[in-house]
Design a binder for this molecule. Sequence first.
Ligand code: NAP
Length: 261
Amino acid sequence: VRNKRRAASEIGVRADLVRLPPSATLDETLREVGRLNERPDCDAILVQSPLPDGLGRAAERRVFDAIDPGKDADGFHPINVGRLVQNRPAIVACTPAGVMELLDRSGIPVAGRRAVVIGRSDIVGKPLALLFLHRDATVTICHSRTPELPSVAATADILAAAIGRPGFVDRRFVKPGAVVIDVGINRVTDPAVAATLFAPDSARWASFERSGAALVGDVHPEVEQVAGALTPVPGGVGPLTIAMLLRNTVRCAQRRAGLAD
Ligand code: NAP
């Protein structure tokens, strides 16, 4: 939240933080979202997930669904998701949008290429697969029940990993020269896990030993040796996600002012 607010203030967007107590009920949370929906000086709303454990997952869906689709900075509302499915102008989920921005700004073509997405979550895997599809890639979506995952992944010209398992994608998953997008952000504190990811004489191992923790992606660092391009973690998709959140925020404001589709 701090990063998002700082980034917002840097581009002159005022970001108000509405902090509800951990004991807030579903009704109280929905009332707060309703108030923000009605406020004329509020262009975009983001509900920071996860909500308190006590509310449960079904409640989270109700809270997200209660956001005015025109103020849906995250692009999670079913109306925005439906518009994305139909390839109509929509507020698109930030992380998948960031991946496309990253590819475009790196001059990496998508049309006609084979894209494999590992992960089928509503917030990353599915919308990312749709974005690839709308850009004329041939798309395969993989998940925890996909048989022979490494060999399916190795058919990809562009491989995106959004799994949530540190270093899961190793060199067996990667066709030499493929573009690899590492969406995963995992905090590793177990030295045994860190030792499978970082060489003992590397700067990352030294940093892990100093701080006792490291942020790592879903892609094993050894993939750097086979991939044609690889996004780093941290510092790859993550910052783009925040940038896309701000773009969505500005877009919501423009649409409310009748200046954008
Ligand atoms: P999620 O909702 O937990 O979904 C994970 C997906 O990975 C599921 O579809 C799951 O398959 C699949 N999966 C899990 N284990 C697998 C396995 N062994 N083999 C194949 N597929 C497997 O996670 P998410 O919200 O999409 O996030 C994924 C990762 O991206 C996390 O590390 C998260 O922190 C990170 N993330 C980063 C950003 C960013 O800004 N960079 C933003 C959002 C998320 P099933 O559906 O079959 O269970």
